[in-house]
Design a protein around this ligand. Structure first.
Ligand SMILES: [Zn+2]
Length: 112
């Protein structure tokens, strides 16, 4: 009976995600992102591969996006609200003048 070692051999190796080298699984470290980093890379200070650093940037994006939307809201919504407020203000002024004229007419029918 022969040991099935040759068929298991490929499973004993991992591809380093940083340099692409085939390394025995006992020689690689699996980081928290599920990446395999070989000893040589780890001694160079590699703990994760760039793709996940980009992931961190993406995770920070919402903050920048929210800040952008807030600035946009201040720049667009605030002037709109001011214009709306001014229009309402002028409208109520005109209405008030008409009300005063009506009031004057009711007091003195000859007033114009
Ligand atoms: Zn490596």
């Amino acid at each position: 009976m022969q040991a099935p070692a040759p068929s298991l051999a490929p499973n004993a190796y991992r591809t380093c995600n940083a340099c692409g080298a085939k390394v025995h699984r006992e020689e690689v470290h699996k980081n928290r992102y599920g990446q395999y980093i070989c000893k040589a890379c780890r001694s160079d200070g590699v703990r994760a591969v760039g793709r996940h650093r980009f992931g961190h940037l993406v995770q920070r994006m919402p903050t920048a996006l929210v800040a952008f939307l807030v600035v946009l809201a201040v720049l667009v919504v605030l002037p709109l609200a001011l214009v709306l407020l001014l229009e309402l203000h002028s409208y109520s002024n005109a209405g008030m003048v008409e009300d005063l004229k009506d009031l004057l007419r009711s007091i003195n029918p000859r007033a114009r």
